[in-house]
Design a protein. Structure first.
Length: 357
């Protein structure tokens, strides 16, 4: 907005850093070119898949001159199959949009409670309180509670506030890909079965074959990629440790899997599959507990994309003297550790975490 632009010019900060946290939570959209581009690519892939299945499969097999619904010239069975397919794709799209536009866990409290011992302050957030399980994202430019990683495919961080939505996007995308492959396979088998003589059968149109082949490759790749990420997310819930914490050798208080699950998805199973936030209110005082095998001589901040104390000190030194917060007390536990626990998907791309810590 114009007011935000004026505030940015007067303060020298980005528009995201200039606005109060409460305003950011209410209007959450990251203006990141890569994230926006990848989000549009995601929507385009979903739309292309839908068009190919409707145009070359459902319309070919279930077209009728006497449809029950005039605007949809399909038989009753075709209507049911089309509705179910659109439902799965629609849930994937809605979950993606919700994960992209939902606050992943901005710290809403500027100061720690009086009863909280040894609070830390984030100098990149102008001295606001930094809870033990919060991390500063370089793209979102603020601290996110229980930040797992910054995902460019949803143009947002994945934190406690939107982890459920991110997981639902993965689940519905994998389900849509599997259903699409089954539909394509069924269509191919049906075509072969309907031919009296394969040697005399007319081949399908070249456009149909090319589009169906592209969709099949797309769905196979999506299932492999999404399935791997989904496994990571389930593991993070099981051990109550985000991806950032995995490499810092810390974790939250551990209980049963279902206790951890309800911290992300909420207490009512009726809303677990619906794409809206349902996690309980965050407990910012939740401690980051060092792993038992953590060591103090490990520094992986560069490969993780984490800027350590030097980056925060640079930001601290550039702040006006009056705005500088008191130096935070030392954390209760060392967040560094020996070689990180194996979270195989990120071994070769740790810089994607995109956090200051």
């Amino acid at each position: 907005t114009w007011a935000a632009a004026q505030l940015q010019r007067s303060s020298g900060l980005s528009w995201q850093e200039s606005l109060p946290v409460e305003a950011l939570s209410a209007m959450w959209v990251n203006c990141d070119a890569l994230g926006i581009a990848l989000s549009v690519v995601t929507w385009a892939l979903l739309a292309f898949t839908d068009w190919v299945i409707v145009r070359y499969v459902l319309s070919s097999w279930f077209w009728t001159q006497r449809p029950r619904i005039g605007a949809v010239p399909l038989t009753d069975l075709g209507l049911v199959l089309s509705f179910l397919y659109q439902l799965v794709l629609g849930m994937s799209l809605i979950s993606h949009v919700c994960a992209m536009t939902t606050d992943p866990g901005t710290i809403s409290e500027s100061a720690a409670p009086a009863s909280f011992s040894n609070p830390k302050a984030c100098k990149l957030c102008q001295g606001r309180w930094k809870p033990p399980r919060a991390h500063h994202c370089k793209t979102c430019r603020r601290c996110i509670f229980r930040m797992d990683h910054h995902c460019p495919w949803v143009n947002n961080c994945v934190g406690l506030g939107n982890q459920k939505l991110f997981i639902l996007f993965l689940v519905y995308t994998a389900l849509a890909a599997a259903v699409t492959l089954l539909v394509l396979a069924g269509s191919a088998i049906g075509w072969l079965w309907s031919q009296k003589s394969w040697s005399d059968a007319a081949p399908p149109g070249s456009v149909s074959l090319i589009c169906s082949g592209l969709v099949a490759v797309e769905c196979l790749a999506a299932m492999l990629f999404v399935g791997d990420i989904l496994q990571e997310q389930v593991e993070s819930i099981q051990v109550n440790s985000t991806l950032v914490e995995t490499y810092q050798r810390t974790h939250g208080p551990r209980s049963t899997f279902w206790v951890h699950w309800k911290q992300v998805f909420g207490h009512s199973w009726l809303v677990w599959g619906l794409p809206f936030p349902s996690a309980p209110a965050p407990d910012y005082a939740e401690p980051a507990i060092p792993d038992e095998d953590a060591m103090n001589d490990y520094d992986d901040s560069g490969s993780l994309g984490i800027a350590g104390e030097e980056t925060e000190e640079d930001a601290f030194s550039q702040m006006p003297t009056a705005a500088q917060p008191a130096p935070p007390a030392a954390p209760r536990g060392d967040s560094a550790g020996a070689e990180a626990r194996p979270r195989h998907r990120y071994e070769a791309a740790r810089s994607d975490l995109n956090v200051h810590d």
